[in-house]
Design a protein around this ligand. Structure first.
Ligand SMILES: Nc1ncnc2c1ncn2[C@@H]1O[C@H](COP(=O)(O)OP(=O)(O)OP(=O)(O)O)[C@@H](O)[C@H]1O
Ligand SMILES: [Mg+2]
Length: 248
């Protein structure tokens, strides 16, 4: 896929070892009635620029919670998250909003589209926040066409199927050409053909722009596409396997 925007190069002078994203001893607990529930119990991980990483593990193990924290949408109870070396757990709300808009694209498990806006307008929204090159309308149309929704630009979410809404959410996450794209079950509602389309876009984007992808998934095909699979069980990392393929 050709993208109109440039590659994600490291800042000149940035240490070559600088990770795209780093979590250091991340804990998350929440009150539940009179108790506290420990959802994440000390998760540390380091993801390099351009890596394509699957987060796998049983339902309820903490994948979505972890993704929300590394995307800066939720704060950890304890621990740090560094995006390009910047500690987002210490950032103000304003700084966080700007880092998210400039650097991170997110596909939520429940899509989170704006119900009163059309498919095209939903994809345009992040382009109206901050500075982004090009025309929001044509970028939105280009992306929606890539996910096979060129004929549904004017539909609102309640006029779209679950799989179509998911594809709008994928297009929205790609819109600003962020350095890091975090996806929570991006193919959970897609048929094989559309899952393959989304995966092809992921691979092409990674190859053409060096985008880093972190994808929580129960789909073995998605996990098999990734370079690396991190397994979360009961709030802890239980495995971190690099596929032989990624070495080639
Ligand atoms: N706001 C909350 N209050 C209390 N418990 C919560 C809250 N949000 C999540 N949990 C609990 O935290 C655990 C982890 O949830 P999370 O959504 O991160 O799991 P997951 O690995 O993404 O699961 P799935 O594969 O089903 O999407 C679950 O047991 C869930 O019930
Ligand atoms: Mg989840």
């Amino acid at each position: 896929m050709e993208t109109s925007l440039g590659p994600h190069r490291q800042q000149p002078g940035a240490a070559a070892i600088g990770a795209a994203l780093e979590a250091i001893a991340v804990y998350k607990s929440l009150p539940l009635g009179r108790e506290r529930i420990d959802i994440l119990k000390g998760v540390s991980l380091r993801i390099q620029h351009g890596e394509l990483v699957a987060i796998i593990g049983p339902s309820g193990s903490g994948k979505s919670t972890l993704l929300g924290i590394i995307a800066g949408l939720d704060r950890p109870t304890q621990g740090q998250v560094l995006v390009d070396g910047v500690d987002i757990t210490r950032a103000s709300e304003g700084q966080l909003a700007s880092i998210r808009n400039q650097k991170i694209g997110m596909v939520f498990q429940a899509f989170n589209l704006i119900p009163t806006l059309t498919a095209q307008e939903n994809v345009e929204v992040p382009l109206y926040v901050g500075k982004h090159p090009g025309s929001p309308a044509s970028r939105a149309q280009e992306l929606l066409t890539l996910v096979g929704l060129g004929h549904r630009l004017g539909n609102k979410p309640n006029q779209l199927s679950g799989g179509e809404q998911q594809r709008v959410a994928v297009a929205r996450a790609l819109a600003t050409n962020p350095a890091i794209i975090i996806m929570d079950e991006p193919t959970g509602n897609l048929d094989r053909a559309n899952s393959e389309n989304v995966l092809r876009m992921v691979r092409d984007l990674r190859a053409s722009t060096g985008t880093t992808f972190i994808i929580a998934t129960h789909d073995p095909t998605v996990a098999a596409t990734c370079d690396r699979a991190i397994t979360i069980v009961d709030g802890l990392i239980a495995g971190d396997a690099t596929s032989a393929r990624s070495a080639s």
